[in-house]
Design a protein around this ligand. Structure first.
Ligand code: BG6
Length: 494
């Protein structure tokens, strides 16, 4: 583990008890506990910090610790330091309880009883169907202290109605300011960097608008398939798994007006305005502005992979989409007439996530050559590397006055050598500190679902199946036509 520059280390966390429901689950083992270990190694744990993992299994604490150590070793690129791990594991406890049995909560109450005054966080990394029951049982066991926080992992509902149901039930126990709805994309360093770029520099603001920007592309491409989550994924699909949350949040951060401060509600108010200004896509608009695809067998990184319908747990006639591309419009003074193209899918050619801002061509070219076809472009890459690339036109060396595109590239890992925080490290830190800025507010979630639901309704009413695309490609040809008919091409397909 690289040592951190202590002079830049943020202040220690307040004393906390973090209760992790779903403590034996995939997210806890792959992401949450490794992230907490890294925060511990960074010296941020206060004297009285406890992590209490909760799950149904009657596994003993020692066996649980071995399981966590094993998985953390696999999921931490820098591995584990044995001494630090031992020290960290002293903060980690395990309680076997059935979240649906009110009587079981006494075991948790016994663990928490001695420190009622410290920050108490309930992280619900469980199926959303359990959120209401867990909150009710926590309240009945008198475990919800005045400052207690609840963290909700996605999926937050299957549509607007089910999301509202969750919000109402959780809201009956926890006030909104104590509810942290996670979208881990908001915790990614590059997303913070986009905020820094937009609101820390006067340079970009005058350019960030219609008239100067021709269009925007947001792509989150994944090479992985549905892995072991077939059953979950088949009920969800790319629209609800990725677009409703991650892609719309990226769109909001890119498109929102400058907030008056970085106060959570100042930022969330501006994001909400973007979501409200999204032009609804209903019925016939869906057919012409949204493309859905499903991967068939192909090769990713040269290795053969099966098609979606051959994956474990997927019905042979499933019509679930593993790819979505769409054209969105934001009806506001700033963005009127500027299309936002969103695209995401599994088993695509590359594992990447980026926001590409295409600027207008020069209004009049004084150069003879036709090389000015490439206009300026700003690429904000979230993955695989956090980088910002500005493409400008420069003179091609030689006798003639020809232009060619050149890149001004800032690779954050090369430039800023301080190790970056993983998304969950940042978000867990914010929950414990009580900073809601990077979490979705109830109304944001509601408006996002209101925009997504009609797209799904149109699909449900159509006989058309998702368009097949070969695994390892960039999705169905129709996705290229969607953007191509406006005279543009997807970044990387140029
Ligand atoms: C999750 C989705 O929210 O995000 C997954 O449920 C997806 O299907 C994942 O693979 C992508 O996150 P990241 O950080 O790996 O890009």
């Amino acid at each position: 583990m690289a040592s951190r520059d202590r002079s830049k280390t943020p202040t220690q966390l307040p004393d906390f008890d973090l209760v992790l429901f779903g403590g034996t689950g995939d997210l806890a083992l792959r992401k949450l506990l490794p992230a907490l270990y890294r925060r511990y190694v960074a010296g941020l744990f206060p004297t009285h910090a406890r992590i209490i993992s909760v799950a149904r299994s009657s596994i003993q604490r020692d066996d649980y610790l071995t399981q966590v150590e094993h998985s953390s070793r696999n999921f931490l690129p820098q591995g584990l330091d044995a001494t630090r791990w031992r020290a960290f594991s002293r903060t980690l406890d395990y309680v076997g309880l059935d979240a649906t049995h009110p009587a079981d909560y006494a075991k948790l109450a016994a663990k928490l009883a001695d420190r009622p005054a410290q920050v108490r966080v309930f992280f619900l990394s469980t199926a959303p169907a359990l959120f209401e029951t867990i909150c009710r049982n926590l309240a009945a066991a008198d475990l919800v202290t005045p400052g207690a926080r609840v963290v909700l992992e996605k999926p937050l509902g299957q549509d607007r109605v089910s999301a509202e149901h969750i919000n109402q039930n959780v809201g009956a126990i926890f006030p909104e300011r104590q509810i942290y709805r996670i979208d881990h994309y908001l915790g990614k360093e590059a997303v913070q960097n986009l905020l820094a770029l937009r609101f820390g520099n006067a340079l970009f603001e005058p350019l960030w608008r219609r008239g100067l920007i021709s269009h925007v592309q947001i792509t989150v491409g994944e090479q992985i398939g549905v892995e072991s989550r077939g059953a979950f994924y088949d009920h969800t699909g790319a629209l609800r798994d990725m677009v409703q949350n991650h892609l719309l949040q990226l769109l909001c951060i890119m498109a929102m007006e400058p907030p008056v401060s970085n106060h959570p509600d100042a930022v969330r108010d501006e994001k909400l305005k973007v979501l409200r200004a999204l032009r609804p896509l209903v019925a016939r608009d869906v057919a012409s502005n949204v493309v859905r695809g499903q991967y068939k067998a192909g090769a990713v990184n040269g290795l053969p992979v099966v098609g979606y319908l051959e994956e474990e747990g997927i019905p042979a006639d499933s019509a679930t989409e593993t790819f979505v591309a769409l054209k969105a419009q934001i009806d506001s003074w700033r963005w009127a007439g500027v299309p936002f193209y969103l695209r995401t899918g599994k088993r695509l050619a590359e594992q990447s996530a980026d926001i590409v801002i295409h600027f207008q061509d020069v209004p009049h070219s004084i150069f003879e050559s036709s090389d000015t076809v490439t206009a300026n472009r700003l690429v904000i890459s979230l993955q695989p590397r956090d980088s910002i690339t500005l493409t400008i036109l420069a003179k091609n060396p030689g006798e003639t006055m020809r232009l060619r595109p050149v890149d001004l590239r800032l690779d954050m890992a090369d430039t800023v050598r301080t190790p970056q925080l993983d998304a969950y490290e940042r978000l867990l830190t914010d929950v414990i500190k009580g900073n809601l800025t990077l979490f979705m507010r109830r109304d944001e979630l509601d408006v996002a679902w209101r925009w997504i639901d009609p797209i799904r309704d149109a699909w449900l009413q159509s006989d058309e199946r998702p368009k097949a695309y070969t695994a390892g490609s960039w999705g169905p040809a129709a996705a290229s036509s969607l953007i191509g008919r406006d005279g543009y091409a997807w970044h990387g397909e140029l």
